[in-house]
Design a binder for this molecule. Structure first.
Ligand SMILES: [Fe+2]
Length: 347
């Protein structure tokens, strides 16, 4: 334990330090100049301070106020040495943050007893702080562990969808990345963009409930088939409903609303504008853009610039104009993804 003594009278200082330093496991350092003591405690932690009240320039009260302003010393015990019976000074000292008092002339036995008691208190404080740090670390590790497990389950579910619908194997990964770019360009917090990146791959999870004949049908779907295909939104919402985590809740809102349109002409609920969750408005742009750029059994892939122009054309009707503007701001990064994929495919 480190104890500092601040006393301008060098004889008293040496007596006090001599008594304190004889206590077990105590290192005592004396300062005759309170300014030097303040500079020291700015960069070195202490476990107890003993400070004289009567000092020139900086008295004990000002010293204590300066020390208490440092977060590192907010709870360090401080003993002030005062003239006995000086009630007003003692009240001011308590207000400034002094823990205990010693009357002049200092009784060595009382000094040792009070220092020992306060160091014991300080030891308990330190142990409690270490325990709190350890617990905070353990909670952070356990939380991260749970997040990793949740992300793993989500990723495996997304892979299951890829096996169900072969056309979407690359699609879900690109939709996730484009959605994250749009969220970042909208100025959404990093946590939101990350959650969206993880949730967006599940937007078509409800296709598990659509038959192969409809999913893989080349050519146009008739009215009954279209209605069955559109049910993937309801199925997806039911699969993901009532989740506890932010990730599953966002995945549910995306699955439920990624075919809604800004102008209210979408499905299943015909929601319009900001009544559609932002996550779903963002994913709608990313989903349609990637679908246009991808070859399907019923259509060839569009060139990326043509798909980009289609997104712009549908701003304010199918898509949230703010999301389309963010898509445009993120275009250099988005275009990079598709160029990389084209190079990989050609290789
Ligand atoms: Fe969909």
């Amino acid at each position: 334990m480190r104890v500092i003594v601040v006393e301008d009278n060098t004889t008293n200082l040496s007596v006090l330090c001599g008594i304190v330093s004889r206590l077990p496991d105590v290192e005592c350092q004396g300062f005759s100049d309170p300014r030097v003591a303040i500079e020291d405690v700015l960069c070195r932690p202490s476990d107890l301070m003993i400070v004289d009240y009567m000092m020139p320039d900086i008295d004990g009260l000002r010293f204590v106020a300066a020390v208490r302003a440092m977060a590192m010393h907010a709870h360090v015990p401080i003993i002030m040495v005062t003239a006995d019976g000086d009630r007003a000074t003692r009240l001011a000292a308590i207000s400034a943050g002094v823990t205990d008092f010693l009357a002049k002339p200092v009784d060595p036995i009382e000094l040792k007893a009070r220092v020992s008691n306060l160091l014991e208190l300080r030891g308990a404080q330190n142990a409690l702080a270490r325990r709190a740090d350890t617990l905070a670390l353990e909670v952070a590790q356990a939380t991260r562990h749970l997040q990793v497990r949740e992300e793993e389950i989500i990723n495996r579910l997304a892979r299951a969808i890829e096996f169900r619908d072969n056309e979407t194997s690359e699609h879900v990964a690109r939709v996730a990345t484009v959605a994250r770019i749009i969220a970042e360009e909208l100025g959404q917090p990093a946590d939101y963009a990350r959650t969206l990146f993880l949730a967006a791959p599940l937007h078509d999870v409800g296709k598990i409930g659509v038959s192969d004949a409809i999913l893989n049908k080349p050519g146009r779907l008739d009215a009954a088939e279209l209605a069955a295909m559109r049910r993937h939104v309801d199925v997806g919402e039911q699969i993901l409903a009532d989740g506890d985590s932010d990730l599953v809740q966002m995945a549910a809102e995306i699955a439920a609303s990624h075919h809604e349109r800004w102008d209210g002409a979408g499905y299943p609920r015909g929601l319009a504008g900001s009544a559609i969750q932002l996550s779903a408005r963002i994913t709608a742009v990313a989903d349609v853009f990637d679908a246009l750029c991808s070859a399907r059994v019923y259509k060839p892939a569009w060139p990326v610039e043509a798909a980009r122009a289609e997104i712009q054309r549908c701003s304010g009707t199918q898509f949230d104009p703010d999301c389309v503007a963010a898509f445009e701001r993120g275009w250099p990064r988005i275009a990079g993804l598709f160029i990389e994929d084209a190079i990989t495919s050609a290789a």
